[in-house]
Design a protein around this ligand. Structure first.
Ligand code: PEP
Length: 253
């Protein structure tokens, strides 16, 4: 069986100025060990704070992610940021297809696929988000919606490329609402996602993919979620904005 290094990632969304970023990261660094070998920790501040974050994280095991990227490397795309730019400020990861971008910015599965390819071109590891709305879950369409998002978002990917990326299952009804999927509900979907990945990339590549859960992960529910066999980490929104709560999540048991 593949061993997957658990990944805890904090998505800060539109929070924290550069000064607040420096403050939060210095508090976080003091709460985590100087080296981490059994788990990986990533933070995703807003674009304008990435450089400050890279400086604050120098010498620490915490890695840097962006929250989005543009598929082109450069050009007349006002307000956009490209993969090479993210790489230049020290990012190793990039979140792609977050439900807030799909919902508020009209991001489509096809755009997600282009961004995933761009991230790989630019040597950034994509954290590709998928998840159903409450209405889709109640209609019984949950697994077909997620399968569609994965098949479209990973279209044209080789098995090797799929093995190297991270998928985040984020049920939209659980994001920022305080309603978490139960460990069993999340495991059911993670197992289904892995099954879809087997169809796309084969058994051994699918077994290597880290599938993290996101949706109101907190210090008091992280242990149960991460005890599930197909839950390989967490994408954390609100609880990543305070050093104490994020550090406790990183120290899941
Ligand atoms: C997220 O934004 O990816 C998220 C999971 O947010 P929260 O933890 O606040 O639900």
């Amino acid at each position: 069986m593949a061993t997957r290094l658990p990944l805890i990632a904090g998505n800060w969304k539109m929070h924290k100025t550069p000064a607040e970023t420096a403050e939060l990261l210095s508090a976080l660094v003091t709460r985590l060990p100087a080296a981490l070998s059994d788990r990986e920790v990533v933070v995703a501040p807003p674009f304008i704070a990435l450089e400050t974050a890279a400086r604050a994280l120098r010498g620490s095991p915490i890695r840097l992610s962006a929250q989005n990227l543009h598929a082109e490397t450069h050009g007349a795309f006002t307000g956009e940021v490209s993969g090479p730019m993210l790489k230049a400020v020290g990012c190793q990861y990039v979140i792609i297809g977050h439900s807030e971008r799909r919902q508020y910015c009209g991001e489509t599965d096809e755009q997600v696929a282009q961004k995933v390819k761009a991230a790989q071109r630019d040597s950034l590891t994509p954290i590709v988000c998928v998840g159903e709305t409450l209405a889709e879950r109640e209609r019984g369409d949950m697994l077909s919606v997620i399968s569609r998002q994965i098949r479209a978002g990973l279209a044209g990917q080789t098995a090797q490329a799929i093995a190297a990326l991270v998928l985040a299952y984020e049920p939209i009804w659980a994001i920022g609402t305080g309603k978490t999927a139960s460990p069993e509900q999340a495991q059911e979907v993670h197992a289904a996602i892995r099954h879809t990945l087997v169809e796309l990339a084969g058994q051994s590549s699918a077994a290597a993919v880290r599938i993290v859960y996101g949706g109101s992960v907190k210090p008091d529910n992280v242990d149960g979620l991460l005890a599930q066999p197909d839950i390989d980490g967490a994408l954390v929104g609100g609880a990543s904005l305070q050093a104490d709560s994020f550090a406790r999540i990183v120290h899941f048991e």
